[in-house]
Design a binder for this molecule. Structure first.
Ligand code: HAM
Length: 422
């Protein structure tokens, strides 16, 4: 779990603001659900035999209830959708969310126990165009934030019937190889052979090399959906890789599945920036009506690893350096007045000599340094040192805030030192 210090939080704010803006362009509105849910919500929806449910959830009992700190956002959003009968209010719902998720995984670069996801969910639209448009949103967002290169991987798991037939085929295929599989895969073999395809264990990966492709088993409706999806991706000019081995680590998926991977990053095994897919049966299994759904979530830490650093934060518009007790009182009021004009102000209240205060003003990259000592008070002025243009003058204390606010909003004489602009 990471502490995120202010220098980094700026990047987070920017990324979150970009995401909100982009998602809203596509008609999504934010939903906020609790960090805690009943454990059964996740175990039933994500699947008892998934890694997340078997080994990674932070679960505990309180007041006789089994609770889990959310490992993802989809099941919570679906629960809220059913609980508030949202289907009765609108035929199509587009929600996005941003926030921390918790999984007790083995930590590595790009893999944390508290990590942040931004995700989108569409409920009420079964059509393949919706799936392609979601990838359009994603690709546009990744370009907007400056992800240098990425690949889109797609697959279809078919509907529930297709999945069942695929499961049988996989059992048949893996049975003679069973002894060569990892312990986890041997244990979950009968209950969930699809997990073997998703395993990171080299023994499982080797065994899965010749596994049958689910794309060969799709029924007519699944196939029409799959083709419609690929057609819409082609219309949008989005390049993609068809990856029949892509099954993803959660059990709720049906039909369309996708992942986006960073190319050329140093994230190693964690280069998957985001993943998602359809979950057309979840709403019904939560006691709601038959409502199809699709969504995705991306890991914000991973995105921040691959996007460029922003320029350094600009310094305050005004740095106020008071010398002596009387000056300190005036400085307090001047600082407040300047801020009321929208100027960012740093008031040095340490009561130190001028030199260390000037040093600090410089270090902060302030535009103007306002010096207030006994001499200034006697003359009814403040001394204004322009730290960018290197000029110095005096202005009357009366009305100084307005004059300083105007100066700060003027373009800097030297743009390369523009850090001090308001
Ligand atoms: P997921 O593949 O488990 O899917 O997670 C989505 C993304 O969250 C991953 O691609 C990765 O970027 C990030 N992520 C996951 N675990 C970690 C971790 N331990 N540390 C850092 N980042 C991580 C879901 O969560 C689904 N709810 C996505 C979805 C939404 N499907 C339909 N709707």
């Amino acid at each position: 779990m990471n502490d995120i210090l202010p220098e980094q939080v700026r990047r987070w704010h920017q990324l979150e603001a970009d995401f909100r803006l982009h998602a809203e362009l596509y008609g999504y509105a934010e939903v906020r659900t609790p960090l805690l849910e009943h454990t059964s919500l996740f175990s039933r929806q994500m699947g008892e035999t998934t890694d997340v449910v078997e080994k990674e959830m932070y679960s505990f009992e309180r007041h006789g209830e089994q609770l889990t700190v959310r490992p993802e956002g989809t099941a919570s959003a679906a629960r809220a959708y059913v609980e508030h009968s949202v289907h009765a209010k609108e035929p199509i719902t587009r929600w996005y969310y941003l926030g921390p998720m918790f999984r007790g995984e083995r930590p590595a670069k790009g893999r944390y126990r508290q990590f942040y996801q931004a995700g989108c969910e569409v409920l009420g639209d079964a059509g393949p165009v919706c799936d392609a448009e979601m990838l359009d949103l994603i690709a546009g967002f990744l370009r907007r934030i400056g992800v240098p290169d990425f690949t889109i991987h797609v697959n279809s798991l078919g509907s529930a019937g297709t999945r069942g037939r695929y499961r049988d085929k996989l059992l048949e295929y893996f049975t003679p190889l069973r002894d060569r599989l990892s312990e986890d895969s041997q244990r979950r073999f009968e209950r969930n052979p699809l997990r073997i395809l998703d395993s990171k264990d080299p023994r499982d990966q080797e065994a899965a090399k010749g596994a049958p492709s689910i794309l060969d088993l799709l029924d007519d409706d699944d196939l029409a959906h799959w083709k419609g999806f690929l057609h819409a991706l082609d219309v949008l000019g989005l390049p993609y890789v068809v990856d029949p081995g892509l099954v993803r680590g959660l059990d709720y998926y049906t039909r369309t599945l996708f992942e986006v991977k960073a190319v050329g990053s140093d994230l190693g095994a964690q280069s998957t920036l985001l993943g998602g897919g359809r979950y057309d049966t979840m709403i019904e299994s939560l006691g709601g009506p038959k409502v199809p759904a699709i969504g995705f979530a991306m890991g914000l830490e991973r995105l921040l690893t691959v996007i460029p650093e922003p320029p350094p934060r600009r310094g305050p518009g005004c740095f106020i350096a008071p010398i002596g007790a009387a000056a300190a009182d005036r400085a307090l009021l001047l600082a407040r007045e300047l801020r009321s004009f929208g100027v960012r102000v740093e008031l040095d209240g340490r009561g130190v000599k001028l030199k260390p205060m000037l040093r600090r003003a410089d270090a902060l990259g302030a535009r103007l340094c306002i010096i207030l000592g006994d001499g200034e008070i006697e003359r009814g002025v403040v001394t204004v040192k322009d730290l960018v243009g290197h000029a110095q003058d005096e202005i009357p204390f009366e009305g100084a805030a307005r004059v300083l606010a105007d100066r700060v909003s003027e373009p800097s004489p030297d743009i390369s030192h523009a850090r001090g602009l308001r």
